[in-house]
Write a protein that binds this ligand. Sequence first.
Ligand code: PGA
Length: 244
Amino acid sequence: MRRKLIAGNWKMNGLLADGVSLASQVAELAKPRSHDCDLLICPPFTLLIEALRAVAGTPVAVGGQDCHAKLSGAHTGDVSPQMLTDLGCRYVILGHSERRADHGETDAEVKAKAEAALAANLTPIVCVGETESERDSGKTLEVVGRQLKGSLPEGGTAEKVVIAYEPVWAIGTGRTPTLDEVEEVHAMIRRESGLGAGVRILYGGSMKPSNAKELLALPDVDGGLIGGASLKAADFWAIASACP
Ligand code: PGA
């Protein structure tokens, strides 16, 4: 049985006071009872320490949104996976489509980062997903399959790697694939990842309280990677509460 993971990707949002307040609100909601799903927030680097303090003693884990492929060294402006582990982070999002687009990250770079994350004892959340034109031309499975093969780390296991399927055209747009389309891609990822049936595959892209229940009920959807809706504690909580 795969335990669902509900992960908030705050992206480049949150000044100190807002970030602390959001992490504290999530922590408050998470505290009172035990959960059927794992909970994770991924704030920007500047908020990690305060977010870790805010959720200490609750079931909420904290992760980064990127890391370097080396554990230390002369890489001005970068953050190493070991630095994230050292703070208390347990996960790191890698290869998000915004990083692939804004920073030209390739599959090979994402793979190297994921291997470094594993070496630093972090669980990488490796993101894949097609653009709208790739979907329109019927190439979704081919594109996602290729990204998967190129981006997943050597030596990963179902317990230590998470995959996120995020159609680029669904991110921040309010649009989502149909349930059948989501399930088709997730089932392919499970067959092709090489990580076995136990690997967790998150769906991301305009997941919100109103559609979370049906998405999370799909047989191969093991949680969500939530952007916009993770910036409101109540919405994030409503999605977590929609886990079957
Ligand atoms: P969204 O973003 O929920 O705002 O669509 C998801 C993501 O980019 O991880």
